[in-house]
Design a protein around this ligand. Structure first.
Ligand code: PLP
Length: 372
């Protein structure tokens, strides 16, 4: 097989499993009968059309460097995050090559010491990977010890749990040490609905200032934009820092031009697409409820369990035995509709994570599972 041969029926060679963290979203390229990717939590509407066009147009400018200040995309995103106070806040915002770049940047730059995840059963592993490679002492997420650095994914991928803003503030104050660092991942928080901003930590400017002033705790908010706007291949993320000085510190160690011109053009356009988000909030809960209903019918008498808030773009399903979960993963892949196994990384071998998709695409998955 040559290096460029993409008909390889297995993706086992994609990850260097000894050194890299497993993610979904790799199977599609190796499936000759690929239909739809159920293994990533991207938006079921697909990528917004006008934004793709803007990214495509920007490819024509690839003989120029992207703007070093990430403008005008950064200001456009600031205006979208804080429609009324964006000018006051925009210097606390930094864009990254996917949230992954910023996760690593912020964890690497935090003072040494202990690290703790959110209180969920399990959460997105990239934060822990970064903490481990930085030699941090990993504390139990369920314990009462306060850590130097805490990272909470809210809503949690994969469990679909969510803390309202007041619960979140409480959890932070009780789980981080003075002089510590808090990273909140709100990548999935947009799905909360049209009022998502009111329940977001990005709107808590006074709380961020007060916590920094009184306890010297630095609170950052990270967003991956690759899920809500379904552009995982483009790589787009952002971080809101507690102060402008914190943002300058991150910028100092960030690789220049890490966000390329097509990604910046995409972002500048996509924040104007109000209809896309309205349609997202309208259809996702409907498709999700239908998916669960169909899984319940498929389960027959079996006590499968479904986790996660009703508005989210995936279902975290416990099929209650390892063999059934493994069979579900294999059958889905065979039918060209891969799902995310709960085993690699998350170490929940009886679980599968299923993305919410259009009923027509879900038909293919359910058909593949009819003899499960
Ligand atoms: C909660 C969460 N945060 C961050 C990321 C990283 O996303 P990206 O680097 O594609 O922006 C992911 C990707 O799966 C995620 O689920």
């Amino acid at each position: 097989m040559t290096a460029s041969d993409n008909t390889n029926p297995t993706n086992t060679t994609v990850w260097d499993t000894k050194t890299q963290q497993f993610h979904g979203g790799q199977d599609w390229k190796f499936l000759n009968n690929f239909v739809e990717d159920f293994s990533v939590t991207t938006n079921c509407l697909g990528t917004p059309v006008k934004a793709i066009e803007a990214a495509r147009d920007a490819v024509a400018t690839c003989h120029h460097y992207p703007p070093a200040n990430q403008e005008p995309a950064k200001s456009s995103l600031a205006e979208w995050i804080w429609p009324e106070h964006w000018e006051a806040n925009k210097d606390r915002l930094l864009l990254g090559n996917g949230a992954s770049e910023l996760i690593d940047l912020v964890i690497r730059s935090a003072p040494q010491g202990s690290w703790k995840a959110g209180p969920w059963d399990v959460q997105y592993k990239e934060y822990q990977r970064s903490a481990e490679t930085n030699g941090r002492d990993i504390l139990s997420p369920k314990g009462n010890d306060k850590a130097n650095v805490v990272c909470i994914v809210n809503p949690c991928n994969p469990t679909g749990d969510y803390k309202s803003i007041e619960e979140l503030k409480d959890w932070i104050l009780n789980n981080v040490q003075d002089n510590g660092v808090v990273v909140i991942d709100e990548s999935m928080q947009i799905w909360v609905g049209p009022n998502f901003r009111e329940d977001s930590m990005t709107a808590q400017t006074e709380f961020l200032e007060k916590t920094f002033k009184e306890r010297n705790i630095s609170i950052y908010v990270i967003h991956s934009w690759t899920k809500i706007w379904s552009c995982t291949g483009l790589r787009l993320g952002s971080i809101v820092c507690p102060t402008v000085a914190h943002c300058v510190e991150l910028k100092r160690i960030q690789v220049p031009w890490s966000v390329n011109s097509p990604a910046l053009a995409f972002l500048d356009e996509v924040v104007r697409d109000k209809e896309y988000l309205e349609e997202t909030w309208r259809v996702t809960p409907i498709y999700r409820a239908q998916l669960i209903k169909r899984l319940q019918a498929l389960a027959g008498g079996r006590a499968w369990e479904y986790f996660g808030k009703s508005y989210l773009s995936w279902v975290w399903a416990d099929l209650k035995d390892v063999e059934t979960a493994e069979k579900a993963v294999a059958l889905a892949k065979q039918a060209g509709v891969p799902v995310r196994s709960g085993k690699p990384g998350y170490e929940r071998p009886t679980f599968v994570r299923i993305a919410v998709r259009e009923p027509k695409q879900t038909d293919v998955l359910l058909e593949a599972w009819k003899d499960l």
